[in-house]
Ligand binder design. Structure first.
Ligand SMILES: Nc1ncnc2c1ncn2[C@@H]1O[C@H](COP(=O)(O)OP(=O)(O)OP(=O)(O)O)[C@@H](O)[C@H]1O
Ligand code: SF4
Ligand SMILES: [Mg+2]
Length: 330
């Protein structure tokens, strides 16, 4: 049975908004607002949601590249929310992050060899010139040894992302956070990189947290999924729960816009008007209410609790109506 490798408990990342003559704090942007997830070892946990829903902020907090405002981060049973120096360095060798844009995530002045060895060097893990380790890392991501002497401008998008993945593997991490790792790549290259992630997971047992706005990527890769809206998890559970026993209107809207519901009449019931609310000025009550076809007065007054039933978590006052509406697609 697999164990929980990462626990995110009630995590918040709020940014103060300053304004006025005295530059006082005039408000707050709740980029991540009370997120809790548990990730099992050797699995892939997907995070889905529209632009601005807080996915990258959550990833950066998990990697401790941003300081959370509150909440807890626990990795392999250790609380690292406020870890500094030695413990933080140790944690960084276990949790690595791969970003969306492979070309801008590589230093143009650094050869591929220096790039892939950089994190291991920072951890004091390189003996000698590291040539063999660099070759081994390239082999793991399907690149030839001849790529070692190249510079980022000589690499395609797919090769650059493979180099970024090799760099993150140099410290043998247990957890890789993948923030839209294929969305900047051509469709054919995307499939190759996703297959590479699957291969690395089965060979090395790595755990992934995978962010994607593309539900087909989430569906292809993930064991469990959390759907975020305006800084909060609105629905979470197994891939089957979220994709095939959907209970939140926002998840229904995402699935409908990707034609996962496969029924035009049902999809039309889940059309969302407008945009995500300004994070500086969210509406009262459930933040989805101005766009939600199921909203009632209750939704405009208070935010629904994230209720769990058999591991399936949903924050919606009207989940039964949503399920009934989706039942029409069966
Ligand atoms: N440094 C910052 N200061 C103020 N607000 C910020 C800051 N960083 C992010 N935000 C805001 O926090 C919210 C969440 O941003 P985030 O980048 O995490 O979203 P995302 O889901 O990753 O979006 P995308 O799909 O576009 O990458 C957005 O409203 C964003 O404008
Ligand atoms: S609580 Fe109300 S507004 Fe929010 S998602 Fe559910 S039905 Fe829509
Ligand atoms: Mg992002």
């Amino acid at each position: 049975m697999s164990r929980t490798i990462l626990e995110v408990q009630d995590l918040r990342k709020h940014y103060p908004v300053r304004g006025g003559l005295l530059n006082r704090v005039a408000g707050v942007i709740r980029a991540v607002d009370g997120v809790s997830i548990a990730v099992e070892e050797g699995t892939t946990y997907g995070i889905a949601g529209e632009s601005g829903s807080g996915k990258s902020t959550l990833c950066m907090c998990i990697a401790r590249l941003l300081e959370p405002t509150s909440g807890k981060l626990i990795f392999e049973g250790e609380d690292y929310t406020k870890a500094r120096r030695g413990p933080l360095k140790k944690m960084r060798s276990k949790i690595q992050i791969v970003f969306q844009n492979p070309i801008s995530s590589l230093d143009p002045q650094m050869s591929v060899k220096r790039t892939v060895l950089e994190p291991a060097k920072a951890q004091g893990l390189i003996e000698g010139d590291g040539e063999q380790k660099a070759k081994d890392l390239l082999a793991m991501v399907g690149l030839p040894p001849s790529a070692l002497s190249k510079y980022p401008h000589e690499l395609s998008g797919g090769m650059s992302q493979r180099v970024a993945i090799a760099r993150s593997l140099s410290v043998s991490p247990s957890l890789l956070i993948l923030d839209e790792p294929t969305s900047a790549l051509d469709a054919s290259v995307q499939a190759q990189v996703l297959n590479l992630f699957n291969k690395l997971q089965s060979e090395l047992g790595i755990t992934y947290v995978l962010v994607s706005h593309d539900l087909s990527v989430i569906g292809h890769m993930c064991d469990r999924v959390a759907v975020m809206y305006a800084g909060k998890v609105v629905e979470a559970g197994s891939f089957e729960d979220v994709f095939f026993s959907t209970q939140h209107p926002y998840t229904g809207a995402l699935l409908g816009s990707a034609h996962y519901l496969r029924n035009a009449a049902v999809e039309s019931r889940f059309l969302l008007g407008g945009d995500m609310p300004s994070p500086r000025n969210p509406p009262p009550g459930c933040t989805l209410n101005p766009r939600c076809p199921f909203a009632t007065d209750l939704c405009r007054k208070s935010y629904p609790p994230l209720e769990e039933q058999g591991g399936h978590r949903v924050a919606c006052y009207h989940r039964e109506e949503v399920v009934a509406a989706l039942g029409g697609s069966a």
